[in-house]
Unconditional design. Structure first.
Length: 418
């Protein structure tokens, strides 16, 4: 017998639940098929529109701006390029979030500005210890700190692009909105961060996640696609300095949620948040590094994508159920790699949302136990460049795009006009 689970958002608290019962009209439910097939599935039609070469091209477009470090001209140029691409693809209501970033003077500490707990020594030997998000690292490897040495980048052209240092001041990030036809006052937030560090091209961290957001915006913005609920597409800035762009969005737009502006217009500049899904580092699941600390040449046979929620968040239970819904849609729609669920979401732009709505993070590996154990030696390194990655790597990223498109398509009631 086929099992059908219903995922719906309650009007009272915005929480997400899995239920075997059919929701009432007041609960405004959206049904997702967990097992079995449906005839003429419009979401499958949309998933089929994802294209590996286009995904790679979007990543390459972001990589032209080097590491896109915040507070530089290359970062501002990348924001301009992202905005132009969103407008070209017809994404509605393209806007910018503007905020100030004025950090304290540097103290001489290295790294990307985010706490890493016990994960400090480059490929250091030691006992299994605690990693980000409350995880435990079961290896003697440790995540390396961000590279700050320009001469570590052997490509002189990339080194020249990345040369300008960051300066304090105004920052911007691009967002756009797909407006729902039935419930324009409710939305899901899909995010990836466009800035990077490390004197590379920030291909994996995080052009790979940003390209997923942009490709989904492209598909949902096609003229024949409608959704009952709205979708926010956000390309965060300043993730590497402490999630500042996502935090600015929460602070500025949170109070606007669900408000009709102007009254009686039927327009909702910031629909009510139902959930937030982040995409960050999508290309590398080669397993632990080789004994010399280098990246193994190919994806491991057991490669998968990792869907994480924060077990310590206020919405932990709802986020866990949402994570398993994402895994179920991976089984239905993904054609290349499976998905796994974990409870230690950490160190990415979903964090500012996790106590406000159910929030997930999709990655190539578990952020704490695996990336914290140096499973991606390109992380914040000069090797995070286009020439490092193969089609197998890009296909892992495309699997995450298939998974999120399938899940969001179900949740927003996507249809394709014939």
């Amino acid at each position: 017998m086929l099992v059908r689970l219903t995922l719906f958002a309650t009007a009272a608290c915005g929480g997400l639940f899995l239920s075997a019962a059919t929701p009432s009209a007041a609960q405004r439910g959206v049904t997702g098929v967990v097992a079995g097939d449906t005839a003429n599935d419009p979401v499958q039609t949309l998933v089929n529109r994802l294209d590996l070469e286009r995904y790679k091209s979007t990543i390459k477009g972001l990589a032209q701006f080097g590491d896109r470090r915040q507070g530089t001209k290359r970062n501002r140029d990348a924001v301009d390029w992202i905005e132009a691409q969103l407008k070209r693809d017809g994404c509605q209501n393209v806007e910018r979030i503007t905020y100030q970033y004025n950090p304290s003077p540097p103290t001489g500490q290295r790294g990307g500005g985010r706490g890493r707990g016990a994960v400090t020594s480059p490929n250091g030997r030691g006992y299994a210890g605690n990693g980000p998000g409350g995880s435990r690292i079961w290896s003697d490897m440790r995540e390396r700190g961000a590279n700050n040495d320009s001469l570590a980048q052997p490509d002189s052209a990339i080194r020249a692009i990345d040369m300008e240092p960051s300066t304090p001041g105004e920052r911007q990030e691009a967002i756009c909105l797909k407006v729902g036809t039935k419930y324009p006052n409710e939305m899901y937030v899909i995010g990836g961060h466009m800035d990077g560090i490390g004197w590379g091209q920030a291909v994996n961290d995080d052009a790979s996640g940003s390209a997923i957001v942009m490709e989904l915006a492209h598909i949902f913005s096609m003229p024949d696609v409608q959704t009952e609920r709205s979708i926010r597409f956000a390309l965060w800035n300043n993730e590497e300095t402490g999630l500042n762009g996502a935090r600015a969005y929460v602070e500025q737009r949170g109070p606007m949620q669900g408000k009709e502006i102007p009254a009686g217009s039927g327009k909702y500049p910031e629909p009510k948040w139902l959930a937030m899904i982040q995409h960050d580092m999508m290309l590398v699941d080669h397993g632990p590094p080789t004994p010399d600390g280098k990246l193994a040449p190919d994806q491991r046979p057991e490669a998968d994508i990792n869907i994480e929620f924060a077990s310590t968040s206020k919405f932990a239970d709802d986020a866990m159920k949402l994570a398993f819904f994402w895994r179920a849609t991976n089984e239905k729609y993904a054609t290349y790699y499976p998905a796994a669920v974990g409870p230690h979401m950490s160190n990415t732009d979903s964090d500012p949302f996790k106590d406000l709505v159910p929030a997930l993070s999709l990655r190539e590996n578990e952020r704490g136990s695996q990336i914290g154990g140096n499973w991606d030696p390109t992380h914040h390194q000069p090797t995070d460049v286009l020439t490092t990655f193969t089609d197998k790597d890009y296909t892992l990223g495309l699997t995450s795009a298939q998974t999120t498109l399938g899940a969001i398509g179900r949740l927003v009631g996507a249809t394709v006009r014939k």
